[in-house]
Design a binder for this molecule. Structure first.
Ligand SMILES: C[S@@+](CC[C@H](N)C(=O)[O-])C[C@H]1O[C@@H](n2cnc3c(N)ncnc32)[C@H](O)[C@@H]1O
Length: 228
């Protein structure tokens, strides 16, 4: 799913800061083995509920290498501005007076459902899709998502980072009026050789995901498109 522009940025870099969701394992395929051997590759992954490289440390490394005159590529998963902290990294570069270019990516919110045969929109079926973070449960006071409004909107709902709270999220949507029989689909490791997906309904999604042992990284889609 890397873009040509992204591949060029990687090829032109001296240092590549990688992420666990980016196509790090395919670097040799993207830019060639010899090109990879020439570069310094630094892993700055933040694993969900696991090893975390602090954002400040990532920012510091980008700035330090750039100040030393190296070309730095920051390789992230999907689109850097979709729940990706990409803008924070741009701000860190700006604050340090370092010029940078943002290369938009193909977000998992759209590519992962597509890889499992689920279009986020379809003519005559739905005219809106909303991408939400399910990182916080609906009852968490820190949550900025209006789940009730989403249930009433009637469009496709794409939840990313929502595996842990799927039961609470589907319950909140149904409590706000979403029909329990609304089709749903969950996809883990989408677009990779390890892709796994399940189809269910809003009412059965949490159970179906548990049965299929769906774990992060996964995206789920709730809406009529998931039944196509
Ligand atoms: C921190 S967010 C980053 C999203 C990224 N910026 C994007 O645009 O795709 C990480 C979440 O994206 C989703 N995700 C990323 N890659 C995925 C994949 N290959 N399969 C399923 N979900 C994925 C998961 O919900 C994961 O928890």
């Amino acid at each position: 799913m890397i873009t040509l522009r992204g591949a060029h940025a990687l090829r032109d870099a001296d240092v590549i800061l990688t992420d666990h969701l980016g196509p790090t394992g395919q670097l040799a395929q993207i830019i060639g083995e010899e090109a990879v051997a020439d570069k310094e590759i630094i892993d700055v992954s933040k694993l969900p509920y696991g090893r975390q490289v602090a954002q400040e440390e990532t920012n510091r490394l980008m700035v330090e290498h750039a100040r030393a005159g190296r070309r730095v590529a920051r390789l992230k998963g999907g689109d850097p501005f979709v729940f990706g902290r990409g803008f924070e990294e741009v701000q860190a570069c700006a604050a340090a007076g370092i010029a940078c270019e943002v290369v938009p990516g193909v977000t998992s919110a759209v590519s992962v459902p597509a890889a499992a045969g689920v279009p986020v929109t379809n003519r005559g079926v739905v005219h809106a899709f909303t991408v939400v973070s399910g990182h916080l449960a609906p009852e968490n006071p820190g949550s900025l998502v209006d789940w009730g409004a989403l249930a009433r909107l009637g469009g496709t709902i794409v939840v990313i980072m929502g595996v842990r709270h799927v039961a609470a999220i589907t319950a909140a949507l149904m409590a706000a009026g979403l029909a329990p029989e609304t089709p749903a689909a969950a996809i883990q490791d989408g677009t990779t050789s390890g892709q796994v997906s399940v189809r269910a309904t809003a009412a059965t999604l949490a159970e179906a995901m548990a049965e299929a042992r769906i774990t992060s990284p996964a995206v789920y889609v709730i809406g009529d498109v998931a039944g196509l």
